[in-house]
Design a protein around this ligand. Structure first.
Ligand SMILES: [Zn+2]
Ligand SMILES: [Zn+2]
Length: 267
């Protein structure tokens, strides 16, 4: 059994945990180390045996706790070279395990793959984490779903995907046009509408859990995100469960386990 817990998601911090075989992989740690520990305890996520910390990119809402946690837990940091270069000044002696687009990197019982994403950061990536029982795709802070991201996210058993803003709420948000353009632009964030289109493409028989993430507090609501995505998933034949991650507290745990006949993508 593999468990997924989204510890929190939004512009003020993003973190999730994947547990398998008594080990935990943290994916993004965009809260303070203390807050990550508090949320992990609240969601019954063990940090006793952490295989590593995987990062999507260097922005503070994804890395706020990484320096202290990597040191306290004594674990390597899995991220692209570009992300590492940006973080290195504050990571001290932490160990870097590079993620590249062409390799599958092992971290304990977890296999990590990555794909370049379109976002205003050094070398940002979407991630896919595979265990013996499940496969979780994580993609947020992406302006556009590229072919590489579509390929990475296909055939997963769970998807954590950005549904950042509602197009109308963004237009009426009071943000200056230049800010609106940045949010909706190629280096910005995925709208509910584009997330719905992408998810409809990604539906397959073994997709059990979809979690919408990184919702804008000002330009989105849980209801807007659900209303945009749920009909598209239903029309595509989705039989799993749809959830919306919150900024303030954890979502899950989600127990992931393949059906007897299913085969995992092997990278
Ligand atoms: Zn970002
Ligand atoms: Zn972010």
């Amino acid at each position: 059994m593999t468990r997924l817990v989204v510890l929190g998601s939004g512009s003020k911090g993003n973190a999730l945990a994947i547990e398998h075989g008594g080990e935990t992989l943290l994916v993004d740690v965009g809260f303070s180390a203390r807050e990550i520990r508090r949320r992990a305890a609240a969601a019954a996520v063990s940090l006793d045996r952490v295989a590593g910390i995987a990062l999507t990119h260097e922005h503070g809402d994804h890395t706020a706790g990484v320096a202290l946690l990597a040191r306290e837990l004594g674990v390597p940091v899995y991220c692209s070279r570009g992300t590492w270069e940006r973080l290195r000044p504050r990571l001290g002696g932490a160990e870097h395990r590079p993620l590249t687009m062409t390799t599958v990197v092992e971290a304990g019982p977890f296999r990590i793959e990555s794909a370049e994403i379109s976002h205003d950061a050094a070398e940002p990536v979407a991630l896919a984490v595979t265990t013996a029982r499940a496969s979780v795709g994580v993609a947020y802070d992406l302006g556009r779903p590229t072919a590489a991201v579509r390929y990475l996210l296909r055939s997963r058993t769970a998807l954590v995907l950005e549904a950042n803003h509602d197009d109308v709420l963004l237009r009426t948000s009071g943000y200056p046009p230049v800010v609106q353009q940045r949010i909706a632009g190629a280096g910005g964030h995925l709208s509910n509408r584009v997330a719905a289109e992408l998810l409809a493409e990604l539906v397959h028989a073994e997709l059990a859990v979809v979690v919408l993430a990184h919702l804008s507090e000002r330009c989105n609501t849980e209801a807007h995100a659900r209303d945009a995505v749920a009909p598209a998933l239903a029309a595509a034949g989705f039989t799993g469960t749809l959830h919306v991650a919150r900024q303030g507290d954890p979502t899950g745990p989600f127990a992931l386990s393949l059906s007897e006949t299913a085969e995992l993508p092997l990278g």
